[in-house]
Design a protein around this ligand. Structure first.
Ligand SMILES: Cc1cc2nc3c(=O)[nH]c(=O)nc-3n(C[C@H](O)[C@H](O)[C@H](O)COP(=O)(O)OP(=O)(O)OC[C@H]3O[C@@H](n4cnc5c(N)ncnc54)[C@H](O)[C@@H]3O)c2cc1C
Length: 134
């Protein structure tokens, strides 16, 4: 009963993090790791290309991280490419498959996909901004 009340509250409030499970961690470089995450019950994140989520760890903090996987090929999971920078991202890099993190969102307007349809597209990104352009 309490689980379904929490799940409903999480779906209705943008301020309540859902506890997402880490399914896989891939080392990309010395600074970056790619995390595959799944929301409770495998429910969809419902994101559009170019949006981000707020990732949190209890007692450490929260930071915005872009979604770097395609929403149309999600299979109930999503990916975040995280560069080790400060408090939260260093703590995230210590985690392994089976651990859980707080996730709020998706947030942001995303890319104007409708305006791009039928056009040639030039992708321009700086640094880690390249990951969400996948
Ligand atoms: C919309 C959006 C999307 C993003 N997407 C991604 C993404 O996909 N992947 C990703 O890795 N990052 C992404 N970021 C960046 C990420 O949110 C930041 O790097 C975030 O600050 C990391 O949190 P942290 O707690 O690890 O770092 P923090 O502890 O906040 O530190 C961040 C940086 O600030 C420096 N710093 C901290 N405190 C101080 C201080 N007192 N004085 C001087 N410098 C200080 C740290 O040394 C570090 O370099 C995104 C940011 C935005 C806004």
């Amino acid at each position: 009963m309490i689980q379904s009340v929490i799940a409903t509250a999480q779906e209705e409030s943008i301020y309540l993090p859902a506890m997402a499970q880490i399914i896989k961690v891939r080392h990309m470089t010395q600074l970056e790791k790619l995390f595959t995450l799944q929301l409770p019950g495998g429910r969809s994140l419902g994101n559009a290309p170019g949006q981000f989520v707020e990732v949190s760890l209890m007692g450490i903090g929260e930071a915005p991280i872009s979604i770097s996987s395609s929403p149309s090929r999600s299979n109930g999971v999503f990916e975040l490419c995280v560069r080790r920078m400060g408090d939260l991202t260093n703590a995230l890099h210590q985690l392994e498959a089976g651990d859980a993190v707080g996730v709020r969102g998706p947030f942001g307007h995303g890319f104007p996909i409708e305006k791009m349809k039928g056009k040639d597209i030039l992708f321009a990104a700086g640094g880690l901004g390249l990951a969400p352009l996948r």
